[in-house]
Design a protein around this ligand. Structure first.
Ligand code: UD1
Ligand code: CA
Length: 457
């Protein structure tokens, strides 16, 4: 049955000690709140509504695919839900409402599905997600009767010593019968230790009216909220393991999975090998047979089959088959490495195409360049693509042999089957088949050294 989702994210998250809103912090480069939105969507949620308040100008841009509601004054989780009451009262609202917090990124679509199904089976008023902790400090506790039926939730600050000893915690994820929620929202009061309108009080209100309230017990690992940097680091470990295990099962080799970080949207084929200190982010894909790392960061790039990327940084680059990259190459946006090409040691390439089998092996910069097939760029050669105001293109034809330490001052064209003498500054077009040399003639002064040394004495 259909459900919609409400994600509460108006709070400040002061324990992060950050100038940024808590839910904008990244977990494997994806903002905390995006994990929650995406989990709800993957579980099949219809509309997703988000409540924002603190630093909303930072949070709202991350939520363009949701209905954003502002909570100006933050008077509690119950008050946050009151802000969306009108929206939920619409006739086309699905019968169930999933409520999640924006700072619980580890919740899985499977758990959400189970929570919603549990509420919908038998038409319970609420099914809440709970977890068991030996040290439940900070959480609201679930109070049950002798038969194990849920009675109410008590917040730690309002609890008696006996209640505080309870180990079942409220995870703050719930699935509500939306009509029941709306009918009872007005009954919430703020006469408690924190002077807030607690959403959790709905549980006791419904039980008192004889309605069914269920609890679905989840793993504490999944329901863990992020309140501090230490918890963010712990959650990152959990997510890293989940993602890496998925890739290991699908046939990816990792020398040490603890030292490999892979974003949630990265696609890896089987027989990819990842070496330590590798980070793969964004919409990166890596094809079979490629070896990445060690010490490599790849963002939003496409790596074809059988490539070798060693100690390099790639951002929005595309590598075809059997490309060699590094050690210590920097491939910036718009780099296209055709099949069998090479970007070697201390090579930087930006917005350029390196043709099939072409090689840029050492200490070069190629910017706004178009290289044909079988080109060889000598060590230290660069394109001077920037004149201080504008960027200009360099075109290098097939099989050109560019001698070491050549400066190609763009815009300039180097023809095919050309040779450029080492150390040349090329400012004029080089026609096909030509040798280009730009040097002063070498001077020889015989016996100079002996004489010079004598003078010094
Ligand atoms: C809440 C629960 C508690 C549960 C715990 C789990 C209540 C009263 N208590 O407590 O039982 O064990 O979560 O982490 O609900 N928020 C708003 N507007 C507000 C207040 C909060 O949007 O006015 C949002 C926060 O941004 C956060 C979520 O609601 O994402 C939970 O708020 P928080 O203050 O962290 O609640 P807890 O005191 O931790
Ligand atoms: Ca909390």
């Amino acid at each position: 049955m259909a459900f919609s989702t409400l994600i509460l994210a108006a709070g400040a998250g002061t324990r992060m000690r950050s100038t940024r809103a808590k839910v904008t912090h990244g977990l494997l480069e994806k903002p905390l709140i995006r994990w929650v939105v995406d989990a709800a969507r993957q579980a099949g949620s219809a509309e997703v509504i988000t409540v924002v308040g603190f630093a909303r100008e930072q949070v709202e841009p991350l939520l363009e695919d949701t209905t954003v509601v502002i909570q100006e004054e933050r008077l509690g989780t119950g008050h946050a839900v009151m802000m969306v009451a009108d929206l939920l009262a619409r006739e086309d609202t699905p019968p169930s409402l999933l409520v999640l917090c924006g700072d619980t990124p580890l919740i899985t679509p499977d758990t959400i599905t189970a929570l919603v199904a549990s509420q919908q089976q038998g038409g319970a008023a609420i099914c809440m997600l709970t977890h068991l902790l030996a040290d439940p400090t900070g959480y609201g506790r679930v109070v049950r009767d002798a038969e194990g039926n849920v009675l109410r939730i008590v917040e730690e600050k309002d609890a008696t010593d006996e209640e505080r000893a309870l180990e079942e915690c409220n995870s703050a994820a719930y699935c509500f019968d939306v009509r029941v929620l709306l009918e009872n929202l007005a009954e919430l009061k703020n006469d408690n230790a924190q002077g807030e309108y607690y959403l959790t009080d709905i549980v006791g209100i419904c039980v008192a009216k004889g309605m069914t309230v269920k609890a679905h017990i989840a793993l504490a690992e999944e329901t863990q909220g992020i309140n501090s940097r230490a918890q963010l680091a712990q959650a990152t470990k959990v997510m890293q393991q989940r993602i890496n295990n998925r890739h290991l099962e699908a046939g990816v080799t990792m020398l040490d999975p603890d030292q490999v970080w892979i974003g949630p949207d990265v696609v890896l084929e089987s027989d990819v090998e990842l070496l330590p200190l590798t980070m793969l982010w964004g919409k990166t894909t890596v094809a079979s047979g490629s070896v990445i790392g060690p010490n490599t960061r790849v963002t939003d790039s496409v790596i074809g089959p059988d490539c070798r990327v060693d100690e390099s940084v790639l951002i929005r680059a595309r590598l075809e088959a059997e490309v060699a990259c590094g050690p210590r190459a920097y491939l910036r946006p718009g780099t296209v490495m055709k099949a069998g090409s090479k970007a070697g040691t201390h090579v930087e390439i930006k917005n350029s195409t390196i043709g099939e089998g072409s090689k840029v092996p050492h200490l070069s910069y190629m910017g706004d360049a178009m290289l044909g097939v079988g080109v060889n760029i000598g060590a230290g050669s660069i394109t001077c693509n920037y004149d201080g105001a504008n960027k200009h293109p360099t075109v290098i034809g097939d099989r050109a042999f560019v001698g070491s330490d050549t400066m190609m001052v763009a815009p300039v064209t180097v023809g095919s089957d050309t040779v450029i003498g080492a150390g040349s500054v090329i400012t004029k077009p080089v026609p096909d088949g030509a040798l280009a040399l730009e040097r002063t003639e070498q001077k020889i002064i015989e016996g100079w050294t002996v004489k010079h040394r004598k003078e010094k004495r």
